[in-house]
Design a protein around this ligand. Structure first.
Ligand code: KIV
Ligand code: ZN
Length: 511
């Protein structure tokens, strides 16, 4: 019998700390449902004290999710912990994850606290958290650059105070596998009652070693890995869930553990997170990249045709490739549409919204005969807007682009209920469209990123555009999808503007 490896997904918390990747409550719920379907053990749903919106998102996930533990992050202070405790209250299984920095540089320069004060605060934090749940996790932020003796001291204290999971984050991605494994091994040997808690690792990818470090730690005794879908996360990201899970499964001869993950849900989860956040997956990304199972060279193709295992160590279907089969077409009815949305975990509130979404689906099916799950996710993302979050809406557009002529865009928008028109020229039709929008919206925001991806294959695929805008220190990504990529671009720009308008300022837990 192998030990269980607990998969703790933090896409909705650390993943959301990626620039521009902030998600709405409804988007987080869709990802949480997919994580539950994938049988993730713990879902870190957010940082409840960041804002009222974050609190509500954690609470909604705690209400909806039944099979996974739902966790909220909290700094080691009473307010954060009480907000987390309230947010996870409805959960079938709820966890509070509290943390404080332990490296000399963080204690001195960031916290301006002495080591004694840090230990005292950590112990108090566990006490407050235990008022809400027995399932309390403690993290020593920047453990990867902390002194081993101090880690032994603080972990001993928090275990005595009631922490059940001890997390050893390599917050800045500084460690290398052998050294990190040695740290985990020493901690397990030296911390009193180490066998009464679960040892957890949380690695950032600044040196491209997050997965290698996490796996080395598993061999040294860690039994929880904190990771994110597609490796999304602060800076260079976190350890990628799909790589951890598939390494443990494919190299069962090396790892003394097994996970509960339904691996066929990995690719759908990857696509969903990419679509919602607008972070594309690089084609050569392990497991979930479009080329991960594509054999280009003739020798490889020949080998795979003769005997698959000559060049493949995993089966594409085992990680969910091919699961995005054709789902609906132009003859599909309203019930089939609703049933497919339900199967995808998408709940549409109200008949009117459903009717509207169905009308949009029919329009799309007229242009594009085969509708895949990815198309439905994009359609619903564009559809689920509420009057409070939709200040700007595209009504109609006309673009002119011809050899030798300056490209031009004419747009009609609704801004806070009022119809407005604008016309602008640009270096290309997308540039013209953005200038036309700014002529009306006058947002003064700065365009940081523009990227286009095809949602599915084929020239009739919808183009999905991500636009990243910055304004007054806030950064927001917007997405838009359409079979016409200029229209998709305009929708993405408006989506980012809408998010800038509605999102409240939020606290970052680690600042
Ligand atoms: O990277 C980190 O240290 C964290 C902690 C809050 C666990 O994200
Ligand atoms: Zn982190």
């Amino acid at each position: 019998m192998k030990d269980a490896l607990i998969i703790f997904d933090t896409t909705l918390r650390d993943g959301e700390q990626s620039p521009g990747a902030s998600m709405t409550r409804e988007e987080k719920l869709r990802i949480a449902r997919q994580l539950e379907r994938m049988r993730v053990d713990v879902i870190e749903a957010g940082f409840a004290a960041a804002s009222n919106g974050d609190f509500e998102a954690v609470r909604s996930i705690a209400e909806a999710i039944k099979e996974s533990t739902v966790c909220s992050l909290a700094r080691a202070n009473e307010n954060d912990i009480r907000r987390s405790g309230e947010a996870i209250r409805p959960a079938a299984r709820g966890r509070i994850h509290t943390f404080i920095a332990t490296s000399p540089i963080h204690m001195e320069k960031k916290l301006r606290m002495t080591p004694d004060q840090v230990v005292e605060q950590a112990v108090k934090a566990i006490g407050w958290a235990r008022e809400y749940t027995d399932d309390v996790e403690f993290s020593a932020e920047d453990a990867g650059r902390s002194e081993l003796d101090f880690l032994v001291r603080i972990f001993d204290a928090v275990i005595q105070a009631g922490a059940r999971t001890i997390n050893v984050p390599d917050t800045v991605g500084y460690n290398v596998p052998e050294q990190y494994a040695a740290t985990i091994r020493s901690l397990i040997e030296r911390v009193p009652n180490s066998d009464k808690v679960v040892w957890s690792v949380h690695c950032h990818n600044d040196l491209g070693l997050a997965v290698a470090n996490s796996l080395a730690a598993v061999c040294a005794g860690a039994r929880q890995v904190e990771c994110t879908i597609n490796g999304l996360g602060e800076r260079a990201g976190n350890a990628a869930l799909e790589e951890i899970v598939m390494a443990v499964r494919t190299r069962a001869d090396v790892f003394p553990v097994e996970t509960r993950i339904d691996t066929t849900q990995i690719v759908p989860a990857s696509k969903l997170v990419s679509q919602i956040t607008g972070y594309p997956v690089q084609p050569n990304k392990a497991i979930v990249g479009a080329n991960a199972f594509a054999h280009e060279s003739g020798i490889h193709q020949d080998g795979v045709l003769k005997h698959r295992e000559t060049y493949e160590i995993m089966r594409a279907e085992d990680v969910g490739w091919g699961a995005n089969k054709l789902v609906l077409g132009k003859h599909s009815g309203r019930n089939a549409f609703r049933a497919r949305l339900q199967a995808l975990g998408i709940e549409i509130e109200g008949e009117e919204t459903l009717n509207h979404a169905f009308a949009r689906f029919k329009e799309l099916a007229d242009k594009k005969h085969e509708i895949f799950d990815e198309d439905l996710h994009a359609l619903i993302r564009d559809e689920i807007v509420t009057p409070e979050t939709e200040h700007f809406r595209l009504v109609s557009s006309r673009f002119h682009s011809e050899t030798g002529e300056t490209p031009r865009a004419e747009l009609t928008l609704v801004i806070d209920g009022q119809e407005r028109q604008a016309c602008a020229e640009g270096s290309g039709p997308v540039d013209a469209a953005f200038k036309a929008i700014e002529a009306i919206a006058a947002s003064g925001s700065e365009l940081l990123l523009y990227s286009v991806n095809a949602i599915t294959t084929g020239t009739d695929a919808q183009g999905e555009v991500t636009v990243r805008l910055a304004k007054e220190g806030r950064v927001m990504d917007g997405q838009g999808a359409d079979t016409d990529i200029i229209v998709a671009s305009a929708k993405a720009y408006l989506n980012a503007l809408n998010k800038l308008q509605t999102s409240a300022r939020r606290l970052n837990p680690q600042i």
